[in-house]
Design a binder for this molecule. Sequence first.
Ligand code: HEC
Length: 211
Amino acid sequence: MTDENTNTEGTGSPALSAHESAQKDAILREHMYDGIQEYDNPMPGWWLWIFWATVIFAPIYILGVHVFDFIPSYEDDLAAGQAEIQSIREAYESTTQPFEITPETMAAYIGVQEHIDAGAAIFSANCLMCHGDKGQGLIGPNLTDNYWIHGNEDANLFNVITNGVPEKGMTAWANILSPEQRAQVIAFIRTLAGTNPPGGRDPEGELYEAD
Ligand code: HEC
């Protein structure tokens, strides 16, 4: 131990900051642990504000949630949210018809560029690995010829796409693609008819004369 640390004490050194001299004036508390003493400084204002805010908040919150129920609990919020979703669902269901596959509904898709483009994107994302990038067939049959295993009506295609042919390796898309998306991909498949891409898989199924 040198005197270095105590040297500046009481020398009136101008190096003492305002904070340090304030501390020097503060009262030392009496207790001492392991030679450590503490000043009796007031708590900082911001700390006291937070402290009193929590003291005021806590009883209001406990009474509000558990006794008088004027603060909504998580369960209340959840029930309100679910009621809201339910009413949106009901409103939605009352305004929209479930998709029915008929020549009339399909007419809104077949040959409509917007739907064909959407169908092409669906095809590249989901179907190309089995039916080939041009629909020429790979594991799955050629979709560009006039031969169809399950029929050539839009409703036949819709049915195969919806339910799949699990035993032959065709996926069921009912839970993956919406009915509208299935209609869009049919609109795309219809553009493939007669494109005769190279490396096409041999015809399978029955021949349907082109319309
Ligand atoms: C895992 C491979 C696989 C995927 C992925 C697949 N298919 Fe198929 N698909 C098949 C197979 C295999 C068949 C033949 C089923 C049979 O022989 O009955 C088939 C049959 C079909 C048929 C009927 C063809 C006919 O001749 O009647 C259509 C239409 C069809 N798929 C459309 C699609 C569409 C659209 C997609 C994407 C949304 C798709 N497939 C994804 C394997 C697949």
